[in-house]
Design a protein around this ligand. Structure first.
Ligand code: FAD
Length: 397
């Protein structure tokens, strides 16, 4: 297999590199996705405006969208190259769920008026979206969801609760699934709505995670009136539209590149950091094996991403292959975090608040931050189930 770029891809890669080196504001260089490093997220959203504008001027906020909707109409390989280069230079991601989830869903299933109302505002960054799928009793078995939407004249009236809604406290709009026919089989009585978060009856309660940041929320709906024009697709066909939204999986190349950089940083720390006259590496003879293993694993994660993107480039839809990538990458992120904490000994548990914390408390921070990665977007058990049945052909138990 030839992993080199074609001449056209090499030209495109160079264009992306030049753009990043000329346009990425200095303060972002080396920062990575600001949404996962904690701190004041609202302030970070504000700081992102300048970078967002530069990307928007270039048409690269939604590179995958067709040009007629304001995207760049890039091929799968070009998007992949762009994601890879952005990750290599740690450029912060913009666009969020508006660009990656609801926008592409509207392009496929939305009415013209819906596209007109929402797509441009997603691209301009004026409107931030959140995803209201999970409920307290419905996560892995999402189709069991209980939120109700009842038709009343020109509106639907929504009652119920969503949970784990990332970014709901900053979002202007939510796309959600609610039950419109309680008597139909569970996958068939669900509809897909867009809800203005300022509607009367919507209450957002942030949940603080163990990393100390309020990343996700509970969202309560008490007789919330949603105009019928905000129904996406047909009533009771929302499950199938929801699966389109969930299909807009990335190849995870960003996470593979980011993890390789983390391991490289650990290696640098192990060589440079000294105590009792010896480097961390000299103090821990087995560390070299553990670091070698982590580095190899990041290469495996990269290859799994390549497999997903090469399927997409051929017009195929990755299935258990995407599950393999998600499973391996999310569990690897936890192994890397564990290696970091172990390497720094007891100091590795200190957070950024302590002046003794090595590497500004990054080891402890990434340890707690990566816990959610094997739950969000489908748990490891669910991914293993998909690989076992669809990949290996084993019977369901
Ligand atoms: C950081 C983070 C961000 C999130 N952001 C969002 C968001 O923005 N919007 C949103 O809608 N949701 C979001 N979620 C929710 C996420 O989608 C759910 O947590 C996930 O689908 C699991 O559902 P659950 O929490 O209800 O766990 P459950 O489904 O109740 O699972 C509990 C345990 O049982 C296991 N289990 C369940 N079913 C099976 C099975 N069939 N076979 C084997 N084991 C099984 C699971 O693996 C898990 O270990 C987020 C979650 C996290 C952690």
């Amino acid at each position: 297999m030839d992993f080199n770029d074609t001449p056209e891809e090499a030209v495109f890669r160079q264009a992306v590199r030049s753009f990043i080196s000329e346009e990425l504001p200095e303060r972002f260089k080396g920062m990575g996705n600001p949404l996962i490093v904690g701190g004041d997220m609202r302030a970070r959203f504000e700081q992102m405006k300048e970078w967002r504008k530069k990307l928007a001027d270039r048409g690269w906020i939604a590179p995958a969208w067709p040009e007629e909707y304001g995207g760049a109409g890039l091929s799968t390989m070009q998007q992949f190259i762009m994601n890879e280069e952005m990750a290599e230079s740690r450029a912060p991601q913009v666009g969020g769920m508006g660009v990656s989830m609801i926008g592409p869903t509207l392009i496929i299933h939305g009415e013209d008026e819906q596209k007109e109302e929402h797509l441009a505002r997603i691209l301009s960054g004026e409107v931030v979206w959140c995803q209201g799928f999970s409920e307290p009793e419905s996560g892995s078995d999402l189709a069991s969801l209980q939120m109700k939407a009842v038709r009343d004249g020109d509106d639907f009236v929504i009652n119920g609760q969503k949970i784990w809604t990332s970014g709901a406290q900053y979002a202007h709009w939510m796309f959600l699934l609610a039950r419109t026919d309680p008597d139909a089989p569970k996958h068939k009585g669900i509809s897909y709505f867009m809800v203005d978060m300022k509607s009367p009856g919507v209450t957002v309660k942030p949940l603080v995670n163990m990393a100390g940041s309020a990343m996700f929320n509970e969202v309560f709906f008490d007789n919330v009136r949603v105009p019928a024009k905000n129904l996406v697709g047909e009533e009771n066909r929302g499950w199938y539209i929801g699966t389109t939204t969930l299909d807009f999986e990335r190849s995870s190349i960003g996470s593979a590149v980011g993890m390789r950089m983390q391991v490289e940083n650990l290696i640098k720390f192990a060589i440079e950091h000294r105590s009792d006259g010896q480097s961390t590496l000299e103090n821990n003879p087995n560390l070299r094996y553990e670091l070698s293993e982590r580095l190899m694993e990041t290469q495996v994660a990269k290859m799994l991403s390549y497999r997903v993107v090469s399927m997409q480039a051929k017009g195929l839809v990755p299935n258990y292959e995407a599950s393999m990538t998600k499973l391996f990458s999310s569990e690897l992120s936890q192994r890397i975090a564990r290696t970091g904490v172990r390497m720094a000994g007891l100091y590795g548990q200190l957070t950024v608040d302590s002046e003794w914390a090595p590497s500004r408390g990054r080891f402890a921070a990434s340890y707690v931050q990566t816990i959610g990665s094997t739950i969000a977007g489908g748990t490891s058990e669910i991914q293993r189930g998909i690989i076992a049945t669809r990949g290996l052909g084993l019977p369901k138990n």
